[in-house]
Design a protein around this ligand. Structure first.
Ligand code: MF3
Ligand code: CO
Length: 249
C-alpha cells in the first residue's frame, strides 16, 4: 500500500531531507586520508542528535550505526569501522535521519585525494543517471520510467552495470514503504501519483552487476572486486503534480 502525503506532510519531510543534505556536506568536510569510517559515523551520530533527530539506521534490523559507509568495491550497507580512508579511495555515505517522525534518506559519493579516471567516470555517470531518472518522474507515467531512464544514461555512455537486487523505496513515517523503485527497466503496475514520496538510489558497478554479501550480514560487495558507486535522493510529487527533490536545500 502506498501512503500518499499531503503538501503539509511533504513540507515536514523536506526538513528531514534538508538535514541529510547538511549532514552530507559535513561529511565532505572531514573526508581526507587517515580518517576512519567510524569517525565519520560518530560525527554523523552526534550531529543528528544535535538536530533533535534520530538515526534511522541505528537499531534498524540490528544495524549498529548512524550511517552506511561503502568504500570502493562495497555496493551498499557498508558498516562503519576502524578502516582508515586512503588516497584514491571512493566512498558512499548514506544517511537516513528521522525528524519529527519523518524519515529523510540521501547518499552521496566522496573521493579521497586523487582518484583514478575510472573512479571519476563511475561517480559522474552515477550522478548523471540519478538526475536523468528524476527527470523521468511525471504524474500518470509508469514507475518503470525511472529504470528506463537510468538504463538510457548508463548504457549510452559506459560499459558499467546496474545493480538490480537493491532498490529505492517509498518513505515517510516509515523508513521503507511501498513502492519498490527499480533502477533497471522492470515493468510494474505502479503509476506516479500526486502525494508519492520515494527514493531513487542507483548503484552502478564498474564491472559485473553480481554481488556477494559478507558474513557480517550487511556489507554488499561487487563479486569481481571492481568499484561501485551510488547516489540517493528523496523525491516528492506535490498536490499540483510538481516533482520536488526534497533532499536538497
Ligand atoms: N539508504 C539505504 C536505504 O535506502 C540505507 C539502508 S540502511 C541499512 O535503504 F540500515 F539497511 F543499512
Ligand atoms: Co534509501
Amino acid at each position: 500500500m502506498i501512503h500518499l502525503k499531503t503538501d503539509k506532510e511533504i513540507y515536514e519531510m523536506r526538513k528531514a531531507g534538508e538535514l541529510t543534505y547538511q549532514l552530507l556536506d559535513l561529511v565532505g568536510q572531514m573526508i581526507k586520508p587517515g580518517v576512519s569510517t567510524l569517525e565519520i559515523d560518530k560525527m554523523v551520530h552526534g550531529e543528528i542528535l544535535n538536530s533533535n533527530a534520530f538515526p534511522g539506521t541505528l537499531g534498524y534490523r540490528g544495524f549498529k550505526h548512524s550511517c552506511c559507509t561503502s568504500v570502493n568495491d562495497v555496493i551498499c550497507h557498508g558498516i562503519p569501522s576502524d578502516y582508515r580512508l586512503k588516497e584514491g579511495d571512493i566512498l558512499n555515505v548514506d544517511i537516513s535521519p528521522r525528524l519529527n517522525g519523518w524519515y529523510g534518506d540521501s547518499s552521496r559519493m566522496f573521493t579521497v585525494g586523487e582518484v583514478s579516471d575510472t573512479a571519476n567516470k563511475l561517480i559522474s555517470t552515477t550522478e548523471t543517471a540519478l538526475i536523468g531518472a528524476i527527470q523521468c518522474v511525471r504524474v500518470g507515467d509508469n514507475l518503470s520510467e525511472i529504470g528506463k531512464g537510468i538504463e538510457a544514461v548508463i548504457f549510452s555512455i559506459s560499459n558499467f552495470s546496474i545493480v538490480e537486487d537493491y532498490v529505492g523505496h517509498g518513505i515517510g513515517r516509515s523508513f521503507h514503504e511501498d513502492p519498490a523503485v527499480f533502477h533497471y527497466n522492470r515493468p510494474t503496475g505502479v503509476k506516479f501519483q500526486k502525494g508519492m514520496v520515494f527514493t531513487i538510489e542507483p548503484m552502478i558497478n564498474e564491472g559485473t552487476k553480481e554481488w556477494i554479501m559478507l558474513d557480517d550480514g550487511w556489507t554488499v560487495k561487487t563479486k569481481d572486486g571492481l568499484l561501485s558507486a551510488q547516489m540517493e535522493h528523496t523525491i516528492a510529487i506535490n498536490s499540483k503534480g510538481d516533482v520536488e527533490v526534497i533532499s536538497l536545500p
